[in-house]
Structures are given as structure tokens and as C-alpha cells.
Design a protein around this ligand. Sequence first.
Ligand SMILES: Nc1ncnc2c1ncn2[C@@H]1O[C@H](COP(=O)(O)OP(=O)(O)OP(=O)(O)O)[C@@H](O)[C@H]1O
Ligand SMILES: [Mg+2]
Length: 239
Amino acid sequence: MAPPLLLQAQGLTAGYGKMPILHDVSLDVRAGEMVSIIGPNGAGKSTALKSIVGFVKVSSGHVRFDGQEITGLRPDQVLPRGLAYVPQGRIVFPQMTVLENLEMGGYIERDGQRIRKALEQVFGLFPILGERQRQKAGTMSGGEQQMVAIARALMTRPKLILLDEPSLGLSPKFVSLIFDKLMAMKHSGYTLVVVEQNAAKALAVADRGYVLELGRNRFEGTGAALLADPEVKRLYLGG
Ligand SMILES: Nc1ncnc2c1ncn2[C@@H]1O[C@H](COP(=O)(O)OP(=O)(O)OP(=O)(O)O)[C@@H](O)[C@H]1O
Ligand SMILES: [Mg+2]
């Protein structure tokens, strides 16, 4: 039997002000899956994540998360339900240490024991952050800062984590490292949605993928099927 649906976005129309950007966009995520969203610049990938989390107003359609309707809720109402969001641009608190950044991520947790457990798990996934706990986050390299941003989101032990362009602007070595970390997160039981420019890599690691274009669903399928699709190849994978 297929694992339960954790996230179901159905027929989303959403945008900024009166101008719709997403038109009838749907996507499903099952527990334990890694789902990639690819598509050209301006396709609405970031807007899709933002409308799921509540940063962008949804004018029609539904978002269900973990069995509950979350359509129209604000981010501060959605995130505590176990949905984490790592925005584009590896945002860290630069003047704070790595450890302080992580503690900020765990802010909704009051129980010291559980915070320590979450830290232990995060340091297991990202050993370098354990070694650099006392370093100011702003002095870390770009790839390391991205790990801080991801690790901070994991501090709440989310049921689902949405990542917007985690590899953007990183050197090839760090791009590979970030993809390895995403795989490691999946293997340790996390469910992930990853928006990526790096389409071939994102589909190679994904259980399933969606291609958005001009604010609409264009293709969907298993990562392997999309990678092998001649039209997807021609349009989005550079031949
Ligand atoms: N705050 C905003 N106000 C008005 N329009 C916006 C805003 N943010 C994005 N848009 C517009 O919405 C459309 C989709 O943008 P979005 O950022 O979702 O695309 P994307 O697929 O994430 O692109 P990229 O790959 O460049 O990150 C674009 O036309 C963009 O100009
Ligand atoms: Mg974007």
C-alpha cells in the first residue's frame, strides 16, 4: 500500500496582488518521499512553496497537510504543525554562532532534553556544524551557510521540509554535497520537497517530480521517467 498523502495541493490559483501567477497547480507528496519541482525561471516554483506555507494568498484551491486543511492559514499557523520551509538564498543570522542559529530553529520547543536530541540528530547529518558550533554563521562559506539554514529548519523535527533552491550559487563540489545531504535526510526518514534549477540532479535523486511552466503543471512523473522523457530532456535538461 502507498504511504499516506502528507501534502496535497489541489488546483491552486495564487499570486501577488490581483495578478495570478499560479493557475490550477496541483501536487501531492506522500510520507517519506523526495519530490522535486523544476521549471524555468519565473515558472512559479517559489510561489508554489510560498502559497503552501501561507506567504502568498491562495485565491482558489486547497492545501491539505497531514490530514488537515491549511488553506489560507498564515505561516505562523502552518509551520508549528510540522511543515518547515527553507527559503531561497541561504538565510542565516550572520552575527550569531552556528549553535545559536540552530537554537533559533528550535524555538518552539521548550523541553531542553528534546532540543539536545534534535541537535544531536542535526550534527549527525551535518558533522561540520558540530565542529563549527561556536563559529559566527556569517563567516561560514556559502555551502556551509546553506547547511546551517537547512539544519535550522530540521530543529523542529518537521514532518515535511520544503526547500527552495538549496544548491543555488554554490560551487560544483558544494552542489554535490548538498544533494548528498538531501539524500541523507530522506534516508533518515524525512519527507522533502525540493525546488531546483539543477534539474537533472534534482530528478536523479527524486522519487517523483513536477515540471512547472508559466504557472501551470506541465509534466509529472517519477524522477526516472521524467529524466528519460525526450521532451523533458529537450526542454529542461539541455538536450
Ligand atoms: N513579490 C512579488 N510581487 C509580484 N510578482 C512577483 C513576486 N514574486 C514573484 N513574482 C512574479 O511571479 C512569477 C513567478 O515567480 P517565482 O519566484 O515563483 O518563480 P520561480 O519559478 O521560483 O523562478 P526562479 O527560478 O527564478 O526562482 C514571476 O513572474 C515573478 O516576477
Ligand atoms: Mg524561485
